[in-house]
Design a protein around this ligand. Structure first.
Ligand SMILES: C[S@@+](CC[C@H](N)C(=O)[O-])C[C@H]1O[C@@H](n2cnc3c(N)ncnc32)[C@H](O)[C@@H]1O
Length: 202
């Protein structure tokens, strides 16, 4: 395995292979995405903050990785962030940051406590190279009424229309309202963009 993971992480693979690749990437993840200007965590945190009057409810950071997402929420003024991830090694990196109240390793299709969090984030997690689109349903089902999910789809993920179609399934039937959809930089060093979304459960 070379030190460059961004050229191979987006290929489709099993949940077990995904966990293995993130375990192997953990030590060099921040250096590699940082060198390419990883912008999506800050954009997601700002997007969620713009949709919330109160920044004190705990956020569940699904696929928290090394903690760049938790750091972005903390910098945006959110007070309490809990992280979950499939990768033990990514979580070990996150632990070294003092931004999380709680960090937990979970299985790829772990059931989530319904109503436990009114704010959930999935930053760089759903789509090519990470969790399948069904994770969007699991996270939406876990939210209480009026709860909010902030998440991103990068350009690789957006190539498969199934991802944005799943958002429409939630909004078209009135089960959720799209509060925000914003296109912007993801990894500008690689010329990649992402869409950031905030969905509110109805
Ligand atoms: C590209 S990283 C993003 C990490 C962090 N959110 C960030 O923005 O830096 C994707 C993370 O999702 C995790 N992941 C992949 N599939 C997952 C699943 N089914 N459930 C929970 N975490 C998952 C990986 O282990 C990895 O840490």
């Amino acid at each position: 395995m070379s030190d460059n993971f961004l050229d191979k992480v987006y290929a489709a693979r099993s949940a077990e292979e995904t966990r293995t690749i993130y375990d192997a990437w953990a030590a060099s993840y921040e250096a590699e995405v940082g060198a390419n200007g990883y912008a999506t965590p800050g954009r997601c945190a700002a997007a969620l903050a713009s949709c919330c009057n109160d920044l004190t409810p705990p956020i569940l950071d699904f696929g928290c990785g090394t903690g760049l997402s938790g750091l972005a929420f903390s910098l945006a003024g959110f007070t309490t962030v809990d992280g979950i991830d499939v990768s033990h090694e990514m979580l070990a990196q996150a632990k070294s940051k003092s931004v999380y109240r709680k960090l937990t390793q979970v299985s790829a299709d772990a059931s989530l406590d319904e109503g436990a969090y009114s704010l959930i984030a999935a930053i760089g997690v759903i789509g090519a190279g990470a969790a399948p689109v069904s994770a969007l349903d699991r996270l939406m089902h876990a939210l209480p009424k009026d709860g909010k999910l902030v998440f991103s789809f990068n350009d690789h993920t957006l190539e498969d229309p199934v991802h944005e179609a799943r958002i429409n399934e939630w909004t078209d039937c009135g089960a959720a309202r799209l509060l925000l959809r914003e296109r912007g930089p993801h990894l500008p060093g690689l010329g990649m963009q992402s869409n950031v979304y905030v969905l509110e459960k109805k």
